[in-house]
Ligand binder design. Sequence first.
Ligand SMILES: [Zn+2]
Length: 239
Amino acid sequence: MDNHFVPHMDNCFNDNINIINNINNIILEINEETNEKLILTIKNIDLSIINALRRIIIAEIPCYCIDTVEIIKNTSVLEDYNIEQRLMLIPLQIPSLNLEDHNINCDCNYCSTILSVNVKNDTLDIIDVTTNNFTSSSDIFFSNSNPITITKLRPGDSFILDAHIKLGIAKLHTKWSTISNCYHWPLNLSQDDNSFLFCIESNGSYTASKIMSLALNILTKQLSFLRLHLDNYKSLCNQ
Ligand SMILES: [Zn+2]
């Protein structure tokens, strides 16, 4: 370790301990709550904590999305590649599962869900294939109840595929994102009172309040981990 880095580490240690201890004083007030949107007033919070919360919400909330698409027949107007891209970015509604019990190698009924579609246009008109034409092997399905058009079929066209889902986080790929937006801004620009408005807009995978609850669980675990390492560092310094 560089000599000039040691005093900085000492300050860093004290600052971090203060931030963690001050978490008990945080006040949360709900300004607006719908399934899609949550706006909170958060008081007595350090900017670093609220920013950590925002970054967890953007990148670390686990969810399912379509990961691989097995196209069996596609004579529609769109190429296979475009179909895959469209399907991967449509949010899936997650049932109330404890996702800590699952991982990317899990082969349970949920983690091996297949969303299938088999449509042949036997009419003389152009028809749409929508998310409503899909069936699911579990209760994981597209989150939007309004049909989303995937492609169009001319008379005689066929569209048959199996889409396999996978558990992941947006840090790996944005297709696992659970939000359409998440941001915060200070309540009082002129005063340094550590109060912020905090907004979460869900993309439909979870309700906005569920995203907040999952993010708080992850942040709590990360802070416990940080406290443990700071305590270890402190005891090492005192030896
Ligand atoms: Zn599983």
